[in-house]
Design a protein around this ligand. Structure first.
Ligand code: MG
Length: 203
């Protein structure tokens, strides 16, 4: 399986990092070794002093497809979850300044914790879902999928022109504002529509 991530998909997060608003989705990938399943701990790597949490709605692909039309994209996923796109912001800033790829800052071991997945049918509108992240009980990120610059179906259509999507692939759909560093000892809790979905300890 592969993990496909979307960057700069919420205007408030683009502003907090002083990035430019993209004219097409910003896409990068993480290997399967980035995945952390519920119950696994995140081990803070020693190559960064500034690992940021980015809480994101995650879509799980349920059948193979390429060149998927946007109007049919909804047929290619039936479950969603919530994940954290951990980012070594100090390393990413150096790479960005040199115009180099972000992989070392984004795709390292354990950089993609995800919750269990739930049926999308339990939500009335996937493009109007609130989600949140707390750290040690304090609110850090509050988002709503209505604020995405590029909607889920468009993202799936766009990505499938470049990469064949396969069953089990995950799509991280971008983070709202509030990204901040984590430290050893922190406990992160991510929720969708107020329902706690993922608890993660930083070790
Ligand atoms: Mg992200």
């Amino acid at each position: 399986m592969k993990i496909i991530c979307v960057g700069r998909n919420y205007a408030d997060h683009i502003e907090e990092l002083h990035n430019e608003r993209p004219d097409a989705p910003v896409i990068f990938m993480k290997p399967d070794t980035a995945l952390l399943r519920p119950g696994e701990d995140f081990y803070h790597p020693d190559f960064s002093e500034d690992i940021h949490h980015e809480a994101e709605i995650v879509v799980k692909i349920n059948k193979m497809g390429k060149n998927i039309a946007e109007e049919f994209a909804h047929k290619y996923y039936d479950e969603i979850g919530i994940g954290i796109d951990f980012t070594a912001r100090d390393l990413q800033s150096k790479l960005k300044a040199k115009g180099l790829p972000w992989e070392l800052a984004k795709a390292f071991n354990g950089s993609a914790p995800v919750s269990d997945f739930v049926s999308k049918s339990q939500f009335t509108d996937l493009q109007n879902l609130s989600f949140s992240l707390t750290v040690n009980g304090q609110s850090r990120q509050e988002g709503n999928t209505s604020m995405m610059l590029y909607k889920i179906d468009y993202l799936i259509s766009f990505v499938s022109r470049f990469f064949t999507l396969k069953t089990g692939d995950l799509v991280f759909t971008g983070t709202p504002k509030g990204v901040a560093p984590v430290k050893i000892g922190d406990t992160l809790v991510a929720a969708i529509e107020g329902k706690e979905m993922l608890t993660l300890h930083v070790k």
